[in-house]
Design a protein around this ligand. Structure first.
Ligand code: URA
Length: 222
């Protein structure tokens, strides 16, 4: 049961409530799913998350001609969208977003977890924000566990001039602990997830979870 008044309630939390998302999540949770299928399923689930997370993108319009008539047609300015995978596990999710928005900018934040599950930054490469042109930023990381890496990535984006109101956090799975941290640090933040799991274990892994997402995507062992 979620605790009333827990910091996570300060978030604008959107849980993807879709049979296909839950079906694909089961495939990811299954320890016997092979690497290639795991990675392609992350991309498929990423597309569903991308549809949900982009539902409020601003629409402008463009004059076009169909084979039958001229019309003003709806248009998303993809140059005002940036996708930021938290390396390395965020990469297949970012691919899913870029399949839907091929002209979106892509930034990278590289963070690994040290033995105490604290984030250690090793790379930040971001396009500069365009003054007077708000950019919607999607930070993608499949596992929102302690929330430390996500909070670090958000801090990096804000420090680079991207306002917090334009930032969205997108994850496949999250733990209540991670949501609480984000709720405390960034009240009002929009967070999109496919499911909320029970808890973290002593090693800060999500339970029941799906294991180490990066290792399962890339066939490595820590
Ligand atoms: N990162 C992962 O890959 N898995 C977890 O369960 C938690 C963090």
């Amino acid at each position: 049961m979620p605790t009333i008044g827990a910091p996570r309630s300060a978030l604008d939390l959107q849980v993807l409530d879709h049979p296909l998302a839950l079906h694909k999540l089961t495939c990811l949770r299954d320890r016997d799913t092979p690497v290639a299928l795991f990675r392609s399923t992350v991309r498929e689930l990423g597309r569903l998350l991308a549809c949900a997370a982009t539902a409020d993108l601003p629409l402008s319009s463009r004059a076009i001609e169909t084979p039958l008539a001229p019309m003003q047609a709806p248009w998303v300015d993809e140059s005002r969208v940036m996708v930021v995978p938290v390396l390395r596990a965020g990469l297949p999710l970012a691919e899913a977003f870029c399949e839907l928005m091929p002209s979106a900018a892509v930034g990278h934040v590289g963070v690994y977890r040290d033995a105490q599950a604290r984030p250690v930054e090793y790379l930040v490469k971001l396009p500069a924000p365009v003054p007077s042109a708000p950019t919607r930023v999607f930070i993608v990381d499949p596992m929102l566990a302690t929330g430390n890496s996500a909070a670090h990535a958000i801090d990096v984006l804000v420090a680079h001039g991207f306002p917090i109101v334009d930032i969205r956090m997108v994850s496949i799975l999250c733990a209540p602990e991670g949501l609480d941290l984000l709720g405390q640090r960034f009240p009002g933040l929009r967070v999109h997830v496919a499911a909320i799991d029970e808890r973290l274990d002593a090693n800060a892994y999500i339970v029941p979870g799906l294991g180490d997402a990066g290792d399962r995507m890339f066939g490595t062992q820590h």
